[in-house]
Structures are given as C-alpha cells and as structure tokens.
Design a protein around this ligand. Structure first.
Ligand SMILES: [Zn+2]
Length: 359
C-alpha cells in the first residue's frame, strides 16, 4: 500500500516510500545505513534543489573533503564519475575552484590532479594584475587568436593592466609571447628562470567562489535533517517555515538564516569547557537540532575529521509564537564514514548522540 502526501515546497502530490524523497546528505557524499530520507518533496522540487547541491559539491570546500574521504557511492554512479570527471568544474553560476601557486610578486594558475594528491599540472596562461591589485588568469591554447584573448579579458572589465606574466611550457613561448606583447604593448618582457621538470613543492592556495546556491544547499540539508527527525510533528509546510522554504527554492539574504552565535551546546566533537579538544577517529557530519526556545534551528558541521574541527554553522529555520514548553529539547546525530571505503551500498552509518548544554 502506498500513501501520499503533499510537497512542502509546491503543494504537489508526493508518493511516500522507503526509496523516495531526498537524501539529507547529498548522495554523492555517500549513503548512510538507516538514514531517514525527507519524504515530503516532489521530484521536480528535489531536482531543482539538486542544482544548488552541485555547487556545494563542486565549488565549496566540501569538494576537497570529498576527495580526502572518497566516500563509497553505489557502483552505477561511481562508473559514471570515473569516465571523466572534468577538473575544477563550476556549478550553478559559480566557477570551479582556482588553484594557484605563489611566485612572490604574483600567483600562477595550476591544475591540481584529480586523484586527491597534492600534485598539480602547470597550465599555459597569462596572469593580469589590475589597478586594484587583483589577479586574473587567462588560459592559453594552441592556435589562440589575439581577439579571443581580448574578448576574455574584456569580460572581466579590467580597467587598467598594471602587470602581466606569461607562464607556459618553453616550446610554446614563441607562440604566446606576441599575445602578451599585444595586450601589454608598453610592457617590458623579462624572462624568468624556467622551472625544472619534475615534482615541485610549491606554496599553493585555492580560491573558492560560491553564490547563494551554496547556502541554499546547506539550508536544505539542515532543514530536511530537522524535519526528518522532528519530534514535534512539524511537517515543513507550516507558516513558520515559509521563509526558509523560499530561501531554499529561490534564494535571498544569507545572513537572515546563517548566524554564528557560537554553540550553546556541547557538540560531540570540538572544544570542551576544560579546553581539551575531542576529535573523531573517522570523518563524519554532525547535526544538532535545537527546539529549546521559540527559535528552531540546527547546528551543523560537515566533514569533521581526525584533527579537523570546522566551526559549527547555526541555521535558523523558523520562529514559533510560544516558546516550546519542554525544556532542552535538543537532539543530535553523527553521520560517520566507515573506516574503509570499498564497494557496497553504504559509506557509513548514523549514531544518535546525547547533547549537553555548554553552560
Ligand atoms: Zn514540489
């Protein structure tokens, strides 16, 4: 027998079932044993939210933790990914991560290998420093015409080129140097010593760019976690959640939902009042839902790891008129990755955790 409900976002009909609904943690980060899916969402709304999730997975720092943990995902999806996941891909209007290394007076672009190592390929490119001291990177390719480069530069609205550097493999220097001279006609070409072949340890940095979509994906994870585990029979379509629903589906002011009041509760991992720090043995995601005042909210830490404790994010979901009568209505779960990620359907399991007040 299958029962139905209404989608909390659009009001459409939803068929309920164990294998339906939204994975609280995006499925590309692995499925967890005994996870509870959020059911009251239709396919259409779910796939719309999926676009925001792609930005979280490709452009947020979650991308790097995903490369470290390498969560086990069911085999069909894994094959699809292996067939050629482009590097540094952007999503939902945000560019992919930009990796650079430090040359002292400027940074140069590099292309990290997609194998989770810290190694990188050099990239043929021109770096332009503008009047504000910002750097812009323009990749070059064989046969590139000057108009093509100019067009890319004009898209960045650079008012004044203060400095420009060309980085390329030696055999392409004669091809690319005229491009550099054309965009920087008054510049003096100065050749820097070329790098020796081989593996270099360089001082690198990675620039991440995210838009509203990133925060919408985080808000969705927190909201669906709360609703899937809610002990007060909230469904999600109540008026008190109308603003977070709008934010998740259409965006809005991030600061309205993301504040950092500092945890009022002792998170399962992190600093203790004594000053000691507890870190987990395995990578995990931590959630704590708080209904102890008239503000309903979730503390969330994605990718807590051995020796790595991210600051908990606090996400406000809604406000109810009357404070909730039962005091300390707080609960939490740890989504923990298994020690070894192999084959199979699951990447880890879930544990409920006891939460205590900070003070
Ligand atoms: Zn819907």
């Amino acid at each position: 027998m299958s029962s139905t409900a209404t989608c909390i976002y659009c009001g459409g009909t939803v068929r309920l079932g164990k294998s339906r609904g939204d994975h609280i943690i995006p499925v590309q980060l692995g499925e967890f044993r005994e996870d509870v899916r959020f059911q009251r969402i239709c396919q259409r709304c779910n796939s719309q939210i999926g676009k925001s999730e792609q930005q979280l997975l490709q452009c947020g720092n979650e991308r790097f933790f995903r490369d470290i943990v390498k969560p086990n995902v069911p085999s069909a999806r894994r094959r699809r990914r292996k067939r050629g996941r482009p590097q540094a891909r952007g999503a939902a209007g945000a560019p992919g991560p930009v990796s650079t290394y430090d040359h002292g007076d400027h940074h140069a672009l590099m292309n990290p290998l997609d194998d989770g190592s810290q190694n990188a390929h050099p990239v043929d490119h021109i770096v332009i420093q503008d009047g504000q001291g910002s750097e812009h990177y323009f990749e070059l390719f064989q046969g590139m015409r000057l108009e093509q480069l100019r067009e890319r530069i004009s898209k960045k609205h650079i008012k004044r080129i203060v400095n420009a550097w060309l980085h390329c493999v030696e055999k392409r220097w004669n091809e690319y140097e005229p491009l550099l001279q054309a965009i920087c006609p008054k510049g003096r070409i100065e050749e820097l010593p070329s790098m020796e072949r081989g593996i270099h340890r360089v001082q690198g940095r990675i620039t991440l760019t995210v838009t509203n979509h990133y925060f919408r994906a985080l808000a969705k994870i927190a909201f669906h976690y709360y609703l899937a585990r809610c002990r007060r029979k909230f469904v999600g379509n109540e008026d008190c959640f109308s603003q977070i629903r709008d934010f998740i589906m259409t965006g809005g002011d991030v600061d309205q939902f993301f504040r950092q009041p500092g945890p009022t509760f002792l998170m399962p991992f992190g600093e203790l009042p004594s000053g000691d720090v507890i870190t987990p043995r395995q990578w995990c995601h931590v959630f704590v839902a708080d209904e102890s005042s008239n503000v309903l909210g979730v503390y969330m830490q994605l990718f807590v790891g051995p020796g790595f404790i991210p600051e908990p994010r606090y996400i406000t979901l809604g406000t109810v008129d009357k404070p909730i009568i039962v005091p300390s209505f707080v609960w939490g779960h740890v989504y923990q990755y298994d020690d070894t990620q192999g084959s199979g359907n699951y990447a880890g399991g879930i544990e409920e955790v006891r939460i205590t007040r900070w003070r």
